[in-house]
Write a protein that binds this ligand. Structure first.
Ligand code: KIV
Length: 306
């Protein structure tokens, strides 16, 4: 190789490295392939990053968040997509189901999560009653979440039945994440059980998945779906699938964060994994503080002003 050719080749490699670094939302060192999870932020993750991750076969994590502080912890941990789920109804607002959650509640907490993040794509759920009337109602509700809360995308439940809503939002420039399988807003008709079992139900799930994709959604959550069916949906769709209780073969996985950190009281679904026990830690800290107050050993000199 001539000196000039070697120089040109080096230039080309440098350019490619720079491009990789610019393209990587994780801001990883030059030469590292773009990655969704981890690293420092240089810009927000976009739906195009998720599409590219599916193409290169990269799996990614999504977590729910409902407040600025928790969202900032997950953002710093490199979680690329944060869902302001209407699970906030059960775990954050003390309702029995997600059904009572309002658009006002969703807007306020979504705005907090946006303020707490620099890098994550923030997706907000459209709550029950804010899109079922039809596409125009869905557009009005989603517009509020995008304009007032500043989210980058919205999520809504339903496959074929929500095709029109998804289509209009996407035409209006609002990225939409679908949600099929167990759709908790329909708990009063579906209950909390695995969906898509049996030939007919499986065929309906495939039709729902395609309807969501055809309407223009950028990703779809598969909740409580047999692993084999979720794998088939993942193979068939060109948009990423995000599993919760849907086995290992989806493109991404999501957990409700309070389940994941052991904050949720009572029984949690079998598909969640508890990575730490914050309920115990918080309870122990509260008791230690209370014991010291009662014993008169807090505050001490270092906590006191004169
Ligand atoms: O509301 C929520 O947290 C959700 C996830 C379970 C996907 O929809």
């Amino acid at each position: 190789m001539t000196a000039q050719a070697a120089h040109d080749q080096q230039e080309q490699q440098n350019k490619q490295s720079q491009q990789n670094q610019q393209e990587s939302p994780a801001g990883r060192p030059a030469g590292t392939p773009p990655s969704l999870y981890g690293g420092k932020s240089s810009r927000r993750v976009t739906v195009h990053d998720l599409a590219a991750a599916k193409e290169r076969g990269e799996r990614w994590p999504m977590l729910t968040a409902y407040d600025a502080m928790t969202a900032s912890v997950f953002d710093e941990a490199g979680i690329p997509v944060m869902l302001v789920g209407d699970s906030m109804g059960n775990v954050h607002l003390g309702y029995e189901t997600t059904v009572p959650v309002t658009l006002d509640e969703m807007t306020m907490l979504s705005a907090a999560v946006v303020r707490g993040t620099k890098r994550a794509l923030v997706v907000a759920d459209l709550p029950f009653g804010s899109y079922q009337e039809g596409p125009v109602q869905a557009l009005r509700s989603a517009t509020r979440l995008v304009k007032d809360a500043g989210v980058g995308a919205v999520k809504l439940e339903g496959g074929e039945r929500s095709h029109g809503q998804i289509e209009l939002l996407v035409q209006a420039g609002i990225p939409v994440m679908g949600h099929i399988g167990l759709t908790p807003q329909s708990v009063n008709t579906l209950g909390y059980r695995v969906q898509g079992r049996g030939e007919e139900a499986a065929q309906q799930m495939l039709r729902d998945a395609k309807a969501v994709q055809d309407a223009g959604a950028f990703a779809v959550v598969l909740e409580l779906v047999p692993a084999e069916l979720a794998a088939e949906v993942t193979r068939i769709l060109h948009i990423p699938t995000i599993g919760i209780g849907a086995g290992i073969e989806t493109d991404a996985q999501v957990l409700v964060y309070t389940d994941m950190v052991g904050l949720t009281g009572g029984k949690v679904p079998r598909f969640t994994k508890q990575y730490t026990n914050l309920r115990q830690t918080l309870g122990d800290a509260a008791k230690a503080f209370a014991d010291e107050v009662v014993a008169g050993t807090f505050p001490q000199e270092e906590h006191t002003f004169h």
